[in-house]
Design a protein around this ligand. Structure first.
Ligand SMILES: Cc1cc2nc3c(=O)[nH]c(=O)nc-3n(C[C@H](O)[C@H](O)[C@H](O)COP(=O)(O)O)c2cc1C
Length: 164
């Protein structure tokens, strides 16, 4: 399977989370997993077309806003192209002191669900530092991959049953 991670990060927290997901994916599946910033639309297109599973990460800005750079990439992925998107998991960082904690994660998942299957979402306070938070990210990553594998296996079974 081919996994890729697309992320938006301003001060580094979401990037740090993305790197941890990358590390866990690479340990779990044994393949290299590219990390793509949302601003590199050429690389975004490349990984959307050639991956079988995507992770999409964003921080939250303003009053619960999806940052413009993440919105632009999502528009590109969902509306401005014909390519089919693989299933996606959405993650993000934010701060619980804000009223709309990590709301950009929900918005990104809402938009992506119009075009593909959203396998799950994860919200992290600031950055995954300390064993507990690191474990949350690692477990989420494995659960998403397991989920994807299950879907893939049942897809094969269905195809065998129906002969398609
Ligand atoms: C001006 C400003 C507005 C923010 N608004 C929110 C918000 O509405 N909800 C939230 O959960 N976090 C909010 N945050 C916190 C950031 O999302 C959080 O620090 C995040 O980890 C930054 O990610 P990054 O380091 O990847 O850029 C805000 C931060 C700033 C500076």
């Amino acid at each position: 399977m081919g996994i890729a991670i697309i992320y938006a990060s301003r001060s580094g927290n979401t990037k740090e989370t993305a790197e941890l997901i990358q590390d866990e994916c690479e340990k779990y599946i044994g393949n290299r997993v590219p990390l793509v910033p949302v601003t590199d639309l050429r690389a975004v297109e490349e990984v959307c077309q050639h991956s079988t599973l995507l992770f999409f990460g964003t921080y939250t800005w303003g009053k619960g806003k999806l940052p413009d750079i993440a919105r632009k990439a999502l528009r590109f992925m969902i509306k401005e192209n014909d390519f089919a998107l693989p299933p996606v998991a959405v993650f993000g960082t934010g701060e619980t002191i804000f009223t709309y904690y990590c709301r950009a994660v929900d918005e990104a998942a809402y938009h992506l669900a119009h075009k593909t299957e959203v396998l799950g979402t994860m919200k992290i306070e600031l950055a995954p530092r300390g064993p507990k938070a690191i474990n949350v990210v690692r477990q989420f990553t494995r659960a998403i991959i397991d989920d994807w594998m299950e879907g893939y296996k049942s897809g094969i079974k269905e195809n065998q049953n129906t002969g398609t």
